[in-house]
Write a protein that binds this ligand. Structure first.
Ligand code: AHM
Ligand code: MG
Length: 338
């Protein structure tokens, strides 16, 4: 990258698309639409401490959790923008019970569907900690020209065309992955554009940070507890004990893991036998990004991206990050087969 020359996300995406003569530009324009939604949501997030937008909205989402106003705002913003886009046949959102098909002629002829968690980590809004939007783009499997179907949204992560997140943090960034590479773009507020700041991101193979809700230790399996003991043991050769960092906002914890290396875990435990995080809205897109950057994402029993989804809001355990750290963690959980 030349010093002083800003490359906007649109410029970058168009340059990348030109490498594939068969590409129609629809995926690029969908990424631009999602970026636009991110900028609009960002404006509202920045004002969250000032205006009376904080607080419970009263409704509960499909997981029985209370929604906050910004969740609703982010959800509606994404749906409206994607509905008006000519490149999206329909959406599924963590905040909606069912998928939504856009039935106008343009949408019915679109190749792609988008899944998203509009505002992940929303319990952090009150304390001004980073939150984020996570998205996934699949090529639909239903017939073009007709409304999309549930099968379009129940595809495994290994069929993703692109996935990414927007982190509303100390700066606002959009990171997206295709099968080819992972790139990060920081929002330049004075021109309102995401500009390339983190080209060709690679997750370090090893790391020194483990990230999980350690308060749940008593509910973890023996293997998980043995792994935590390992993380906390002094071992100068291996650079242990590791540091523990947990923001409780997956986008923020994963963003750090992507850049610095480490492992993020939300395992199954006694009260959540399938884990907490959602396959289609959180685990698949994050695994796609991390694997495209050279890392690993596992349920503990297999690759996250190979899980065949059976329902929109299904949950899976997740072990994700630097590939050697993930392999080590799994060796404690499944010592015979791992
Ligand atoms: P959300 O989608 O309702 O915001 O919940 C997901 C969040 C993740 O961002 C985070 O990793 C996790 O829940 C934290 O859960 P816990 O408080 O149980 O550690
Ligand atoms: Mg979430």
């Amino acid at each position: 990258m030349k010093q002083g020359k800003l490359i906007t996300m649109d410029e970058f995406t168009i340059q990348e698309t030109r490498k594939f003569p068969q590409a129609t530009g629809e995926l690029s324009s969908l990424l631009r639409d999602i970026g636009l939604a991110g900028k609009i949501i960002n404006k509202q997030v920045l004002k969250a401490g000032l205006v009376d937008i904080l607080g419970k909205h009263g409704a509960t989402n499909v997981q029985g959790e209370e929604q906050m106003k910004l969740d609703v705002y982010a959800n509606e913003t994404l749906i409206n923008i994607l509905k008006n886009s000519s490149d999206c046949a329909g959406i599924a959102s963590e905040e909606n019970d069912d998928h939504v098909c856009f039935e106008d002629t343009f949408s019915a002829n679109s190749k792609y569907v988008v899944l998203f968690d509009p505002l992940d980590g929303s319990s952090n809004i009150d304390v001004n900690a980073p939150i984020g939007t996570i998205f996934s783009i699949y090529r639909r499997v239903s017939e073009l020209g007709k409304p999309c179907t549930m099968q379009d949204f129940l595809q495994p992560g290994n069929r993703l065309m692109a996935a990414g997140y927007i982190i509303y943090g100390s700066s606002t960034m959009m990171v997206y992955a295709t099968k080819v590479s992972v790139n990060g773009f920081t929002l330049e507020p004075s021109i309102g554009e995401f500009c390339l700041s983190h080209a060709n991101i690679k997750v370090p193979e090893n790391g020194k940070i483990y990230s999980l809700n350690q308060g749940n230790t008593l509910k973890y399996s023996d293997g998980m507890r043995a792994y935590l003991d390992y993380c906390m043991e002094i071992n100068k050769e291996e650079g242990r004990p590791y540091s523990h960092r947990y923001i409780g906002s997956m986008v923020a914890d994963l963003h750090r893991t992507l850049i610095k290396g480490g492992i993020f875990i939300y395992p199954a435990d006694k009260s959540s036998p399938k884990g907490k995080l959602r396959l289609q809205y959180e685990c698949n897109p994050m695994s796609f990004i991390v694997e495209a950057a050279g890392g690993k994402g596992s349920t503990g029993e297999g690759n996250i991206l190979d899980v065949e989804p059976t329902e929109l809001h299904q949950r899976v355990p997740i072990f994700i990050g630097s590939k050697n750290m993930v392999a080590k963690a799994l060796s404690f959980l499944y010592p015979v087969t791992a």
